[in-house]
Design a protein around this ligand. Structure first.
Ligand SMILES: [Zn+2]
Ligand SMILES: [Zn+2]
Length: 131
């Protein structure tokens, strides 16, 4: 059995997947239920409205959405910010356009790295040869 500090209150507890002590875990479930109940009554609510309506922090609600605990199609307006531009997203780290842009950037980055490697190879070859 491993022990860890609860990530919410810092109390020493048995290590679980969520790194939460029992009290905080129960609190978290209660928060989830509160938000879920609110959303069921206000299906068109945004994440901010849900946070204001329930008093549960935006951060916790974002975590619940990331864990896919709400059915996105039932609650079309909830989400969490894209890590690059802040647009509302319901899954993954980035919104569609950022995901596409980043993919392209990575592609270009890899391309230039390959070219760089090729240049280095030819130059070491030359130095060896002329030594
Ligand atoms: Zn705790
Ligand atoms: Zn984005």
């Amino acid at each position: 059995m491993k022990f860890t500090n609860c990530s919410a209150c810092g109390k020493l507890c048995i290590e679980t997947l969520k790194k939460l002590c029992q009290a905080c875990f129960a609190q978290r479930e209660e928060n989830y239920q509160t938000v879920h109940q609110y959303l069921l009554k206000n299906k068109g609510a945004t994440t901010i409205q849900a946070s204001e309506g329930t008093g549960i922090s935006l951060k916790s609600i974002h975590t619940f959405i990331r864990e896919k605990r709400f059915i996105a199609t039932d609650f079309p307006n909830i989400g969490y910010p894209c890590e690059a531009c802040g647009t509302n997203v319901q899954e993954g780290k980035f919104c569609g356009s950022c995901a596409m842009r980043l993919q392209k950037e990575i592609y270009v980055l890899n391309l230039s790295r390959d070219r760089q490697a090729a240049v280095e190879e030819t130059s070491t070859y030359r130095t060896k040869r002329w030594k």
